[in-house]
Ligand binder design. Structure first.
Ligand SMILES: NC(=O)c1ccc[n+]([C@@H]2O[C@H](COP(=O)([O-])OP(=O)(O)OC[C@H]3O[C@@H](n4cnc5c(N)ncnc54)[C@H](OP(=O)(O)O)[C@@H]3O)[C@@H](O)[C@H]2O)c1
Length: 249
């Protein structure tokens, strides 16, 4: 199969490209590093000629609603238009569990716009909604820290290993379009408890406060807002196993 992975040099896209290549597929990894800026779409038509499957793992540090919607909504519309012309058979995009349920603003509003662009396009698709990656936990803690205090919302998390996210995407890429697939890690617990485990692991001793009003990156959340509430592919790799496997990194 001919596959293009947008964001194929990134954390998840790189792993997806590697897995699909190892399975014998012809994979083109695309990013600005390889000379293609998806915010302009230049060169896309040539790139997608003869391509069967597209996997979109693009990401941007776009934390306000306007830039997040412009990036995720805009790049998705551009890619999907080119896919329709090239008759790509399956578009797969990586989204976030809860993106369909949150009254989203900021970054998450971008993911909602991305999902909407996919639903509105004529390209057969699978939206893979994953929970937070294990390697994203430090950034959550860092972004929740102010004046030496970590303040997190009162909701659950069910994070997963990035390798497992890539495994699900690569599996989906070689199958028929499924609409929506959700995936998560094996343990569901409060965000505060994961931040505590991370602090213990890293030897950090910053005080931790739970304040329901902070939500998740400013988005109001209830307990199960960003964990799967229906069917989901559950990985069996725990946070401790993943830390152990990456101890020498
Ligand atoms: N972090 C989490 O816990 C989490 C959970 C669920 C879902 N997700 C989703 O997972 C996806 C992938 O995340 P990640 O951590 O793998 O991201 P990442 O490591 O930051 O990779 C992003 C990729 O996008 C490329 N890119 C960015 N801007 C581009 C542009 N204008 N044109 C072309 N390529 C561009 C980057 O390469 P260049 O910089 O070279 O262009 C890179 O290859 C995101 O959509 C995110 O919403 C994240």
């Amino acid at each position: 199969m001919n596959v293009v992975v947008f964001g194929g040099t990134g954390n998840i896209g790189g792993r997806v490209a590697e897995r699909l290549r190892a399975a014998g597929h012809s994979v083109t990894a695309v990013s600005r590093e390889t000379g293609v800026d998806l915010t302009t779409g230049a060169g896309l038509a040539d790139l997608l000629a003869g391509v069967d499957v597209v996997v979109d793992t693009l990401n941007a540090m776009a934390f306000d609603t306007e830039s997040a919607v412009a990036f995720f909504g805009g790049t998705s519309e551009t890619i999907l238009r080119a896919e329709e012309e090239a008759r790509v058979k399956h578009h797969i995009a990586l989204s976030i569990v809860g993106a369909d349920r949150l009254d989203a603003s900021g970054y998450l509003a971008g993911k909602v716009a991305q999902e909407q662009a996919i639903r509105e396009s004529g390209v057969p698709s699978t939206i893979v909604r994953a929970t937070q990656f294990f390697d994203f936990l430090p950034l959550i803690a860092q972004m929740s820290t102010s004046d030496g205090v970590v303040t997190v919302g009162d909701h659950d998390l069910q994070p997963m290993a990035p390798e497992e996210v890539a495994r699900v995407l690569a599996d989906v890429a070689v199958g028929a379009p499924l609409g929506v697939v959700e995936t998560a890690g094996p343990e569901r617990a409060s965000l505060a408890s994961f931040v505590e485990r991370l602090a213990q692991h890293d030897g950090s001793s910053l005080p931790l406060r739970v304040d329901a009003s902070v939500g998740y990156f400013g988005v109001p959340t209830t307990g199960d807002a960003i964990v799967p509430v229906g069917d989901a592919r559950i990985s069996d790799v725990t946070l401790e196993q993943w830390w152990h496997a990456h101890a020498d990194d």
